[in-house]
Design a protein around this ligand. Structure first.
Ligand SMILES: C/C(=C\COP(=O)(O)O)CCC[C@H](C)CCC[C@H](C)CCCC(C)C
Ligand SMILES: Nc1ccn([C@@H]2O[C@H](COP(=O)(O)OP(=O)(O)O)[C@@H](O)[C@H]2O)c(=O)n1
Length: 302
């Protein structure tokens, strides 16, 4: 399944003659481009639908379920291993606890989005994938409410080692992962861009800001130029990297001359929102991705 994000309002999009599968999406754009991105989905000719026999449809369906169940189990195991790994590194003083938490912040969501292509092309695939952040959501709730204890989890994802901290930043983080998985999935650049900003941009801003943030922002003495510039640069670069990854896999066909400045604009919006002194009112793990989603939807016309 591939989608063309074309920069045109008048592009005449026709299904390529080679269309065979039930939901192949490929186009031949035949008009000058204009600065509005549109996504068009063209399904295969109805006669082909009659060709697929019920038994082959069933075997395809069963195969997709098995693939998605396996992918879900693998990615879920990966999430546990990731937290355990950084807990062990922090425990052995290989890395500082704060850096460990930030690396979990950066890597969790990005590796999750990078893993999306291992799920099947079925319409249920996104629901299987969303089980991973959903399971972690319950995990954070259980341990955040001290219904059970997981010292490794608490040390890996909290600042001060208090279980209740799990119910704020980390919980909002996995809720945003669920939102992007269910709403945008592999079918829109908005989801991966927003995760790149929340995970990559905001995560690196913290690391760079703590280390080099002597020059504070005029409107927020808790944040610094080094942190915000890092947020913009890494949010942009990681977004472009994620879009390139998905375009190489055939999910997006992007007009990079138009896409690049739009991603930069989204990164600027996310950086400005992240720099605001609103953390106590609205956590960055909510404000940054939501601002990125709105900016990306407006920018890409989706
Ligand atoms: C540390 C985290 C958030 C705190 O953010 P902040 O307060 O510092 O701004 C991230 C919490 C991650 C969570 C415990 C685990 C999420 C795993 C993810 C859904 C799946 C990862 C799979 C991949 C293959 C490793
Ligand atoms: N734009 C930014 C962001 C963070 N930082 C630094 O990183 C620390 C943590 O930032 P934060 O409160 O946004 O942390 P999270 O909410 O992202 O975990 C701040 O107290 C600053 O020292 C910065 O200097 N500039």
């Amino acid at each position: 399944m591939s989608i063309l994000i074309s920069s045109s309002t008048h592009s005449i999009l026709r299904p390529s003659p080679t269309l065979h599968s039930s939901a192949n999406l490929s186009f031949s754009q035949s008009s000058p481009t204009l600065p509005i991105f549109r996504v068009h989905i063209i399904h295969r000719a109805p006669y082909a639908a009659a060709v697929a026999s019920s038994s082959s449809a069933f075997s395809v369906g069963a195969g997709a379920v098995l693939q998605d169940a396996g992918a879900t189990a693998a990615v879920l195991a990966g999430s546990y291993v990731l937290v355990l790994t950084f807990d062990a590194l922090a425990e052995r003083k290989v890395i500082q606890q704060n850096l460990s938490r930030k690396l979990v912040h950066i890597l969790s969501g990005l590796l999750f989005a990078i893993a999306w292509p291992i799920f099947s092309t079925s319409t249920e695939a996104r629901y299987f994938a969303s089980l991973v952040p959903l399971t972690n959501c319950f995990r954070l709730l259980i341990h955040g409410l001290s219904l059970a204890t997981d010292e490794g989890l608490i040390k890996s994802v909290t600042r001060e080692g208090k279980p209740a901290e799990l119910l704020r930043g980390p919980l909002y983080y996995v809720l945003i992962l669920i939102l992007c998985t269910l709403v945008f999935w592999r079918e829109s650049p908005v989801g991966v861009i927003s995760l790149a900003m929340m995970c990559g941009g905001d995560g690196v801003a913290d690391i760079m800001g703590r280390r080099y943030g002597s020059m504070k922002l005029p409107h927020n003495q808790q944040k610094s130029w080094a942190g915000s510039i890092s947020m913009f640069v890494f949010g942009f670069l990681i977004s472009i990297g994620m879009l390139y990854y998905y375009s190489r896999l055939g999910y997006f066909q992007l007009d990079w001359a138009n896409t690049t400045p739009r991603v930069a604009m989204v990164s600027l919006v996310a950086t400005l929102v992240e720099s605001l002194p609103t953390t106590k009112v609205l956590d960055d793990n909510i404000s940054v991705p939501l601002a990125s989603i709105v900016a990306a939807c407006l920018s890409f016309g989706l």
